[in-house]
Design a protein around this ligand. Structure first.
Ligand code: DX5
Ligand code: ZN
Length: 218
């Protein structure tokens, strides 16, 4: 089975003095998802925003909140983000905590769950969790900042995870994040990705509708 393509514009590249307006821009184009990057200044060398901001966005938006936690201790923040209105919460494999219990807790709280791996982390690290997740997120840049170049060497990792998905009859979504644009996105699609985070290439585009249309057709 092959999922239809979903675009998840990353609000990291939106207007942080007017995040609700950035979410409205996404909704007005009929795009169902938005990607929310949560950074703690420890796991990644940058800071963004927390559950209070997510809750404020939730009040004015019915978008699917694809919430990417770049935190050293994600297990401590699952509940606040679920309560704030996250629809999907993805957690990194790299820090040491009980990954399986945290993935289960995300579902208990009524959200979809996801597992994320950095460019330097081999696919094998997440392999034991594939049957436990709704989404696998392959980072195609080192997380922390938008606007970085796409790591083409991640394509084989995407293909490996897609192979495992098919062999095991699993249905998780396979998302890519970092440097995804109209050129690199189709390469990810060909490798097996179906869910595309786009920060700079979406919010930086003058014709956002055509970006959305192009991605929907992949
Ligand atoms: C990077 C974030 C990404 C970021 C992608 O740490 O996880 O979601 O917004 O930005 P672009 O699309 O500009 O590479
Ligand atoms: Zn992200």
């Amino acid at each position: 089975m092959k999922h239809a393509s979903i675009l998840a514009p990353s609000i990291l590249a939106g207007d942080h003095a007017h995040l609700a307006g950035s979410a409205q821009t996404v909704a007005s184009l009929g795009i169902p998802w938005i990607h929310l990057d949560i950074m703690d200044g420890h796991f990644v060398p940058n800071l963004t925003f927390g559950p209070q901001t997510v809750a404020a966005l939730r009040k004015g938006s019915s978008l699917f909140f694809d919430t990417h936690l770049m935190l050293d201790e994600p297990h401590r923040y699952i509940e606040p983000f679920a309560k704030a209105g996250a629809n999907l919460i993805s957690i990194h494999i790299e820090p040491a905590y009980d990954h399986a219990a945290t993935l289960a807790r995300i579902r208990e709280l009524g959200c979809q769950n996801g597992i994320v791996l950095n460019p330097g982390t081999p696919a094998e690290a997440i392999e034991p969790f594939l049957a436990l997740v709704d989404l696998v997120l392959v980072m195609t840049v080192q997380p922390g900042f938008g606007g970085q170049p796409f790591r083409r060497d991640m394509l084989s990792k995407i293909a490996q995870i897609d192979r495992w998905r098919q062999e095991r009859g699993l249905t998780f979504r396979l998302e890519v994040d970092g440097g995804v644009d109209l050129k690199t996105g189709p390469e990810c699609r060909a490798a097996g990705a179906d869910t595309f985070v786009a920060g700079t290439s979406f919010f930086g585009a003058t014709d956002k509708a055509s970006v959305a249309q192009a991605i929907a057709a992949w």
